[in-house]
Write a protein that binds this ligand. Sequence first.
Ligand SMILES: [Zn+2]
Length: 241
Amino acid sequence: MVYHKSIRLGENFYCYVWLGKGNNCNSSLLCNILRGERPHVLIDPGHIRNELGESCFDSLTQAVAEDGFKMEDVGLVIGTHSHTDHCEAVATVVERSGALVTLSLEESEFYRQAGKMHLPAFGAKPPQINPFFYLKEGDLSLGAKNKLAIKVLLTPGHSPGSISLYLEKEKILVSGDVVFFGSVGRTDLPGGSPSLLRKSIDRLSQLDVECLIPGHSTEVGNIIIGKQKVEHNFYMVKMFT
Ligand SMILES: [Zn+2]
């Protein structure tokens, strides 16, 4: 059963929007951008199985396969933050492909110290995340084949080390759980901070964005496409945060 909708946003960029009934995040695949045998980058692999028993990771694997790509060819997994509904399947991707894993240093430290406390809220075991390197604010240098320039922005608030990814040329923003359609990520989990979230949202709203991929689709099955819609969404979100 495939619960993901694939949206191609560029030659090397696919977004996989979660369409299931239970909780899971949206995922993205940056294909053929790394040198070597495993050229794909996967952002937020999500749950293996969610609270309703939906096979989230099998669905993602199948959706990716339908676009002609294999999980075995993922060379790097990026976590926007360490929550289980974004990172439970990280270890499975690593098992299949030997991919390296990265998230921000701030998030790694939080995850190690306190992050596991929030997990009962998601009804799942702690994800296994062993970062090979840490994401820092600024350009992400992947030894990429000059196909995609990716900027990392530290956008704490939902989680202390949440990051967003910005592709300036393509005007794509992957916001993790910082901003959704008409709403924002929760700040009541350990490490959450409404004031930091407001600052992060202000910052993201300054960017020139044509396509916003939120961590979850509150409007089922959709991402936010069109500069005006993105701006309107930030306007709405700021009113309520
Ligand atoms: Zn989260």
